[in-house]
Write a protein that binds this ligand. Sequence first.
Ligand code: GAL
Length: 504
Amino acid sequence: MPSILINGVWNIDYIVSNRLLATFLPVFLLKKCRMDKFVGRLLVVVLLISPFIVNAQKHGAYKGIHSGVLWFDDRGKPLSAHGANIVKEKETYYLFGEKHSDSSNAFVGFTCYSSKDLYNWKFESIALPTQQSGKLGPNRVGERPKVMKCSKTGEFIMYMHADTLGYVDQFVGYATSNSITGPYTFRGPLLFEGKPIRKWDMGAFQDQDGAGYVLLHGGDIYRLSDDYKSIVEHVHKANVPGFESPTIFRKDSIYYFLGSHLTSWERNDNDYYTATSLKGPWTKRGLFCPPGTLTWNSQCTFVLPVSGSKDTTFMYMGDRWAFPMQESAATYVWQPLTISGTSMSIPRFLDAWKIDMVTGESKLVGLPEEVIENANQKRISYSGNWKHTNDSLSLSSSDIKGDSFSIKFKGRQIALYGLSRPDGGYAQIDLRNKKGKLVFSGLVDTYCKYPIVSLEYITPVLKKDDYTLTLTVKGEHGNWSDKRKNLFGSTGNVVSLDKILISP
Ligand code: GAL
């Protein structure tokens, strides 16, 4: 089978139909038309790869992992999979997460996507949809799905936090499936001594010996039964205030336990602990990102080890929530962890990187090369009341609904850098082809309590062509209150541009 990937996945249909065509057509032509052997061989190759070229151009393919920006899936739609985890099965990575809607926080299902490289994702299924009624029925909350393959039975088990919209009926639930992509069957609460565990944020961890664990906010750890369908032991009793989105991974003989503070959808400086046994004692190690960066504007959810011939990269996975526009604008912060003994950190924020799937090493990835500064009004056409400032940083900013800028370019990929800020608002970004057809459309949230100039938008690599990108200021921003009615969110609607990058 030819070794060509489309958006990181094999396209068997194309391979099969094209192989037939590629095998028989040249043989036919060679015989009937006395075609030159070299031309015949060339035709085989061209026929084999042509559908891949066409298909790869349809929605493009990324070259690496970009944090804090929308990711478009194989359908060209923004990926919605938050509070996620990743399971590797037969050389494919499966991502499970919360699907969201922009209109309410009610459970709308858990999604499943697949990838070979961790940055080109194919939509697989709604692995667990909203149930007709009951604890994950309409107008309930379903969060933080974590899937593990039971080492004894081979069954796939999904754990989640189920609750009311007001977060007053929380418990850890579970669902089962014989196929990794589902559909999963919701089984209700996971029981310990006959009772549900009435806590909210949860995580899951599978140890090297195949034992499964469920983790709870505050730092509690519970060991699962052999079939992963109930709890048999309260392994570690903790009472750390907050410590939400609990996440454990293991490197050699050290366990690392990550958690956030309790600030609802707002990001905070997450902490970590280490131990040589899940039972503890756990030693508090403090922050793993530079203080004040609010964990590079994210909340932890999972750490994925990716091992190869030379190294293992431990990939931190976090959420950058965008309440209330959680479906359209919430993004992901995935970064390689630097680990040495009990010390663990994300010292720098990488805009573009990847893991070499053969060696397991993490590597930087290039961004589009041509730089167009925000002040270049020959290339960028601004409409409305944009302010162009040039103090420590050159920026073009507006907070007025309907203000826009657009840029026409010939190339394959476009990216925007801007200032994410405490008074940041939403921007609508549309990319159209030369016929005016919408190629990608997305909502970008430029709110960050910790201000940072960073990548705010990037398309996959597309067919080289003429495109127009338009950004429109929405004149709106996100606000919300937490379970204790504290207010959070942006103080303004500002959208700002630092520079545009284009790949010719
Ligand atoms: C966070 C929690 C999220 C969600 C949110 C609701 O603290 O980690 O999973 O429950 O609160 O406000």
